[in-house]
Design a protein around this ligand. Structure first.
Ligand SMILES: *Cc1c(COP(=O)(O)O)cnc(C)c1O
Length: 430
C-alpha cells in the first residue's frame, strides 16, 4: 500500500466507533494500577476537536489530553508525519546524530530565547534535567556546595521524586518522604516573600541556585503570573547570579496565545522546559537554556528514548503547523470568545461562580470558595452534555481545547457549560 493510500484510509476509516471487542472496565481495574480516579467512559476515536467513546457517543474535547493535543485529533499533518517517519526510521538512540532532533532543536532555538536544547520524553523528566542543570551550574560556576531551588506554593512540576518535591503541594508528596533535599517554597505572585526568603537563605553564604516557577500556574488552579512580580524576579536573579527556570510544560507551545508563556510577562528565563503541547500528544519533552548556563558535558545527562526521530519529526510538524496555520492568532481570538462567554455565566450564577481567569486557550472557571458544588461536579455534568472538561483543583474548572478549535466549537462548549451549570444547580437545590 502506498503512503498516500495509508494516510487516506486512516482518515476515511474514521466514522465513530471502531467496532473493537467489548471493553470491560472491571477487567481494566484489575489489571491496571489504580493510580487514577477515572471518569466512567472509554474513548476510542478522535477527530479535530471531537472524541468518541466505545458506545459511539460524541464529546467536544476541551481537555485535549490535558493541554497536549495541540492540533486536535487525527490532524492530517500529524497523520502524515507519523506514518512517514515510522516507515523510515523511528529510533536509533543518541549514540549517533539524529537529523530530526537537530531540526526540531533548531526550530526551538530560532523561536525562543534559548540557545541549546536537550530532549527527553515528558514534563517531569524535562524538569529533572532543569534541576540537574541548575545544580551543576551552582557547583561549577558559583562554588555553591549545597544549592537550593526555590519554587512556589500551589505549583506543579511533575511526579518523579525531585519534581514532586519541587511541587509546592503537600497532597502530591504525602507518604513519599524522605523527599529530595534542596528545595524551599514561597507563595506565588508575592515578591516581598520571595525577596525575604532569598535574603534569609543567602544570609551567610550564597545558597540559592535557582528560582523555578510557572508563568501561569496550571494544575494549581489556572493562576496567571503578575508582570511586575516576574520582572522583579528577573532583576533579583540578575543581581545575585541566580538562575530563573520557567516550567513551560503546560503553557508553552502557543497555549497562551504567545509561543511561550513567559512572553506574556516581558521577561526571558535562563532555563525553561516544554512537554505537553510540544508533541501534540506524542510523548516528548525538552529542556532549553541560554548558552551561558549550558554546563552539561558528555556523560552528564542522557535519555534512551529522548529526541528519537519519531518524536522529533512529530514535534517539528506540530511546531510548523502552529506557525503555518497562524494558530497563535486563533488562540487569542477563541480565548477571548471563551472568556467573554464564561464571564456571562459568572454574572448569571454569582453565588456559585467567582471569576474567569487565564490567557489564550488555558482558562479557569473559578468557583466561589464556600460553594458546596465542586469543580468535578461541573465536569461530570458537562460530560453528560457531551463536553469534556478537566478540574484544576476542587475550585477551578479548566478549559484547554486544541489550539485550532473553531468559533463554532467554542460556542457549542459555552452552551454545554451553561446546560451543565443549570443541571448541577438543579441537582444540588432540588
Ligand atoms: C503536566 C505538567 C508537568 C508534568 O508533566 P508530565 O509529562 O506529566 O511528567 C510538569 N509541569 C507542569 C507545569 C505541568 O503542567
Amino acid at each position: 500500500m502506498s503512503l498516500k493510500t495509508i494516510v487516506q484510509n486512516s482518515l476515511k476509516s474514521f466514522s465513530g466507533t471502531n467496532g473493537s471487542a467489548a471493553f470491560s472496565p472491571t477487567q481494566f481495574d484489575t489489571d491496571v494500577m489504580t493510580t487514577y480516579g477515572r471518569f466512567p467512559i472509554a474513548l476510542t476515536k478522535g477527530r479535530g476537536s471531537f472524541v468518541w467513546d466505545d458506545q459511539g457517543r460524541r464529546y467536544l474535547d476541551f481537555v485535549a489530553g490535558i493541554a497536549t493535543c495541540t492540533l486536535g485529533h487525527a490532524h492530517p499533518a500529524m497523520v502524515e508525519a507519523v506514518t512517514q517517519q515510522i516507515q523510515t526510521l523511528h529510533h536509533v538512540s543518541n549514540l549517533y546524530y539524529v537529523p530530526e532532533q537537530g531540526a526540531l532543536a533548531h526550530w526551538l532555538v530560532e523561536h525562543s530565547c534559548a540557545d541549546r536544547v536537550f530532549f527527553c520524553n515528558s514534563g517531569a523528566e524535562a524538569n529533572e534535567g532543569a534541576i540537574k542543570l541548575a545544580r551543576k551550574y551552582a557547583h561549577t560556576r558559583r562554588g555553591i556546595a549545597t544549592p537550593l531551588i526555590i519554587t512556589a506554593v500551589a505549583s506543579f512540576h511533575g511526579r518523579t521524586l525531585a519534581t514532586v518535591t519541587a511541587t509546592g503541594q503537600p497532597k502530591y508528596q504525602k507518604n513519599f518522604d524522605p523527599l529530595m533535599p534542596g528545595f524551599a517554597y514561597v507563595p506565588y505572585n508575592d515578591i516581598a516573600a520571595l525577596e525575604a526568603l532569598v535574603a534569609e537563605l543567602d544570609a551567610e553564604t550564597p545558597q540559592v541556585a535557582a528560582i523555578m516557577l510557572e508563568a501561569l500556574q496550571g494544575e494549581g488552579g489556572v493562576c496567571p503570573g503578575d508582570v511586575a512580580y516576574f520582572q522583579a524576579i528577573r532583576q533579583l536573579c540578575d543581581e545575585k547570579g541566580i538562575l530563573l527556570i520557567l516550567d513551560e510544560v503546560q503553557v508553552g507551545m502557543g497555549r497562551t496565545g504567545k509561543l511561550w508563556g513567559f512572553e506574556n510577562l516581558g521577561i526571558e528565563p535562563d532555563i525553561f522546559t516544554s512537554a505537553k503541547g510540544l508533541g501534540g500528544g506524542i510523548p516528548i519533552g525538552a529542556l532549553l537554556c541560554k548558552a551561558s548556563c549550558a554546563v552539561f558535558e558528555p556523560g552528564d545527562h542522557a535519555s534512551t528514548f529522548g529526541g528519537n526521530p519519531f518524536a522529533c519529526r512529530v514535534g517539528l510538524t506540530v511546531c510548523e503547523t502552529v506557525e503555518a496555520e497562524n494558530l497563535l492568532d486563533n488562540v487569542k481570538l477563541r480565548g477571548e470568545q471563551l472568556r467573554f462567554g464564561l464571564q456571562r455565566l459568572v454574572q448569571q450564577y454569582p453565588d456559585l461562580l467567582e471569576q474567569v481567569r487565564g490567557w489564550g486557550l488555558i482558562n479557569g472557571l473559578v468557583l466561589q470558595a464556600n460553594a458546596t458544588i465542586k469543580s468535578v461536579d461541573i465536569v461530570k455534568a458537562a460530560m453528560d452534555e457531551g463536553l469534556l472538561l478537566v478540574p484544576a483543583g476542587p475550585q477551578v474548572v479548566r478549559f484547554v481545547p486544541p489550539l485550532n478549535v473553531s468559533a463554532d466549537e467554542v460556542q457549542q462548549a459555552l452552551i454545554g457549560v451553561e446546560k451543565a451549570l443549570a443541571a448541577v444547580v438543579k441537582q444540588h437545590h432540588g
